[in-house]
Design a protein around this ligand. Structure first.
Ligand code: 4AD
Ligand code: MG
Length: 477
């Protein structure tokens, strides 16, 4: 371990100071120029070897991917492209790298190929940039909530409830499922199981967060979330990270305002903190764009898209307004939607969401007051008896990035919703207690971390913004 990083060295004024650095070789040219990276930033530092006075056997071990320890002098660079470089005095090869079998060659690799080598892909410029951005966003999330007086709470990963009521859960059991004892209904007897009841991995920390908000006022969770939905799309993971704030005394309007301010604050912090990584990704996307036909190119580049989000109000419309726009839209009339917009009450599909955001409004859109039928049991019923105080935030290129609502705080209304949806009331006894003892108006939302990273990095597949993606038929690594 040493106190220097490539990032810190690149910022220093080269003044023949003695430096010491450890890292991995990105390229080694002409037996003389080593490009070294240690993960601290996307740039490499050039280390210049005096090959005539260096052991040639040792030099022959230096390949792309090898790990080195280098001692030398930081001097002004003779070549173009960098301000400073290290004039090498001493090299130690820490770990050799077999160039013949090393998958990460110094050339362009497809994202698919890198996904198959997810254990090594963080060594590429793109993935290390994405992962540094991921880290920075996570930190900005905590910073925002701390400054706003929220408390960070940890909700259980193993739970007995299905918060979203969608039944897309991974079961957790220690029973031998082939030899499990059956009850009188010939169903597995979970009273014999580890927890003495049926349990699963959480699909949302919301219900428990609501309980915490009823004593702490404003809380948020930020943790792994699991959904066994079999949707093999570029926006779904079976294991993802969700940020869920929950606020006592907030109505839907307050909730939408907070969500918008929160996203803007996180994106702004990211722009300040990850300039180099964003610049690199921006350039990469511009290069990719240039290879596309004119009509498929992005109107705004990545950095412009981020600025646009910070500087513009999100468009707020009700579900009913969104429905009307979609119904009368060109693609609907020309039968271009895979799911035609016919009757009020249908769930909006990703193609509809993207039409609204990318073609119609050309900005982030918040849709609120959704039909009760397509939303979860806990959302507050509106006076019309048909819609609930739900809100979704839709982003260009992504579709839904946030889902939230004002919660039903009235015990009797909540009970009747639970009954309507055939949910076992006794499973939710403690959740109903929150409405019995000092109930208050309250709201919250969930933001999928990976969807926000997709937006901020310009990556297009959610598998490429989490180190080791979990998707149907894929849990390698
Ligand atoms: O809309 P969802 O299902 O809302 C909830 O879970 C609420 N309990 C949140 C709350 O009010 N506290 O999910 C919220 C967000 C989505 O908008 C999306 O960004 C993300 O979580 N998300 C996923 N991200 C990746 N892969 C999946 N399979 C996701 N499912 C939801
Ligand atoms: Mg949702």
């Amino acid at each position: 371990m040493n106190n220097f990083t490539v990032k810190s060295l690149l910022k220093e004024v080269p003044n023949s100071q003695k430096v010491f650095i450890e890292g991995w070789v990105k390229t080694f040219r002409a037996n003389r120029f080593i490009s070294l990276n240690d993960g601290s930033c996307s740039e490499n530092i050039q280390c210049v070897v005096d090959f005539e006075n260096t052991d040639s056997e040792m030099l022959s071990k230096i390949n792309t991917g090898a790990s080195l320890e280098i001692e030398g002098i930081l001097v002004e660079s003779q070549g173009k492209g960098q301000k400073s470089e290290i004039k090498v005095d001493k090299i130690v090869v820490l770990g050799e790298c077999d160039m013949n079998s090393y998958p990460i060659q110094p050339k362009k690799h497809s994202l698919e190929f890198l996904r198959e080598n997810a254990h090594l892909r963080v060594r590429t410029k793109t993935f290390s940039s994405v992962m540094r951005i991921r880290s920075s966003i996570s930190f900005a999330v905590h910073k925002y909530f701390k400054e706003k007086g929220f408390f960070y709470v940890n909700t259980p990963i193993v739970t007995g409830n299905d918060a979203e009521g969608a039944g897309e859960m991974f079961k957790v059991t220690t029973l031998d499922i082939n030899n499990a004892k059956l009850n009188s209904k010939k169903e597995i007897d979970y009273s014999e199981d580890f927890f003495g009841k049926e349990t699963n991995l959480t699909v949302s920390g919301q219900l428990e967060a609501e309980s915490m908000a009823m004593g702490l006022g404003k809380v948020y969770t930020f943790g792994p979330t699991f959904r066994a939905e079999n949707s093999n799309t570029s926006r779904h993971l079976a294991e993802f990270w969700m940020i869920e704030p929950e606020m006592a005394f907030y109505d839907l309007e307050d909730n939408m305002k907070l969500a918008e301010e929160f996203i803007k604050s996180v994106v702004k912090d990211l722009i300040d903190e990850c300039k180099e990584d964003l610049k690199y990704l921006n350039k990469k996307l511009l290069d990719e764009d240039r290879a596309k036909p004119m009509n498929e190119r992005n109107e705004l580049n990545l950095l412009e898209r981020l600025d646009f989000v910070i500087n513009n109000d999100f468009k707020k419309i009700t579900y009913t307004e969104a429905f009307e726009i979609l119904k009368n839209s060109k693609p609907n009339k020309k039968k271009k939607f895979k799911f035609p917009i016919l009757e009020w009450g249908i769930d909006l599909q990703s193609e509809h969401e993207r039409f609204l955001v990318e073609n119609h409004f050309k900005k982030p859109v918040i849709i609120y007051d959704y039909p009760a039928k397509i939303k979860a049991f806990y959302m507050r019923m509106n006076e019309d008896g048909k819609t609930v105080k739900a809100m979704d935030i839709l982003f260009p290129g992504i579709g839904e990035i946030v889902g939230g609502s004002q919660r039903e705080e009235r015990l009797e209304v909540l009970k009747s919703r639970i009954k309507e949806l055939n949910i076992e009331e006794k499973e939710l006894w403690w959740y109903l207690d929150l409405r019995k003892y000092g109930t208050v108006k309250h709201s919250g939302f969930g933001l999928g971390l990976e969807r926000l990273i997709l937006f901020t990095t310009g990556m297009t597949n959610i598998r490429d913004v989490i180190p080791f993606p979990r998707t149907p038929k894929n849990a390698e690594f």
